[in-house]
Design a protein around this ligand. Sequence first.
Ligand code: G16
Length: 543
Amino acid sequence: MDYNRIDSISRSQHPNKQLTDVQYGTAGFRAKSDLLDHVLYRMGILTVLRSKQKNATIGLMITASHNEEPDNGVKLVDPAGEMLDSSWELIATELANIPDSELVNALKKIIKDENINEDSPSSVIIGRDTRESGWSLSRAAIDGINAADGIIQDFGIITTPQLHYLVVCSNTNGSYGEPTVEGYLLKLVNALLSIKKAKNNDLYVGEIYLDAANGVGAIAAKEFQEILHDNLSIRIFNDGNGPLNHKCGADYVKVQQCPPINSPGKSLTRCVSIDGDADRVIYYYLDDSDKFHLLDGDRIATLIASYLKELVEESELKIQLGLVQTAYANGASTTYISEFLKIPVVCTETGVKHLHHKALEFDVGVYFEANGHGTVVVKDSVLKMIRTASQNMNLPKKCRTASSKLTSLIDVVNQTVGDALSDMLLVEAILYVRGWDIVTWERSYTDLPNRQLKVKVQDRNVIETTDAARKCVSPSGLQSKIDELVARYSKGRAFVRASGTEDIVRVYAECDSSSEVEKFAAEVALAVHQLAGGIGPEPIIPQ
Ligand code: G16
């Protein structure tokens, strides 16, 4: 590599002004966009090194996902479509923060420590969401990739899950799918249409209203609609004419527990909200009395897992099914999964990178965060077994048919990462085959009332947790205060953790009383404010 060139471009065009340190968090770097130029240049170089080390294509996605427009960020994607390995997250953080004068030596050290052959080829796929700052940040990443002599495929504005799909297709010689956006759209739509033969079925009506968070998902949803024709009508709103993720999108609807701006007022309409880069999805509707009902990631996970379980049993194949959640999962969903569905369920830390890896331990692993981020992963050997069984004429017809239905269902899934639009098509497929409307779907269990709050503190890193974020070990005294509050509420549960995508501490509380849950959450938030260096006004406890 030409280190002089790397150094001179760094100093002249993408200097580290050392305004503030950035960290590779829950899903990459995320900060105000004007702090990120040098980070993107350096991540461009780092992806080239990672590509040389893995001898495979690496992905670089410029997005701040659910955050509002002034933020931006970057997620790096490893060869199998998974998030960057955690050991490289540390390398990335160090590289992003060092002064310009140390850049070349830091790169040489990475090459030595990681045993990278500088002469290996390298290839990087890049994409960005619709944020205005995305274009110049993508130029910075491209400068970094070029400076390190990497080969670039720039797909411009695409969704995060499309980028993950493209990386996997490139690394599997097309066996997962064609490495183009069109290949992605056709793969998912064809799989859906092999299941869904008509627009309506019993209570199921093939029409949904989609809140696209004014983000890139609106573009992808329009492309889906063009090839879905009238098999599914997607009525898109918040399609890019308003501010990104502002009073709309999956995160807003989930956390505020209310419809997004511009939502149709019609009762019992099946509505879907996705986030700014289209990797999260939740459903909601208003009932006859205009009461808001949320069907979040837990609900989507249970719908998918219960249908998969039914098909696995019918196929008589020996397949171990499992479900992965985080501490944010509603307690009622976890009880329903373990006691009614009788599917093994495990809890991991927040962040799809944690859930994805845990899900890979099952033959078929369904993972979902309550915020709507999730997918299904299937072991290659298991997929092969299912496909073979679907064509084995020696098996009873019932078993063959179930295997064949399993194959089609798995094809609707973007296994590479949580994908709002693929998940939405999967939900639509299951509701269709079951002949369910959204009310029937919701009947499976009743959520415990819950509330999430954000607390601003001087330094969110003072919050340290263990046990998949369910216990707080620092600052001292905070967990015992939380335990004391939890004990006051029937079916009470609460935890706090530092966000890895926003400069805040998150608070979650649930209990069996909707009239008390706001008070409960505010009390926990107040404890954080008092014991963890809160700034700004103290949370107000409702009377
Ligand atoms: C990212 C991660 C998710 C995580 C979310 C919130 O989502 O991919 O796994 O749940 O951040 O993380 P935190 O609570 O640490 O802020 P997205 O959609 O913003 O990329």
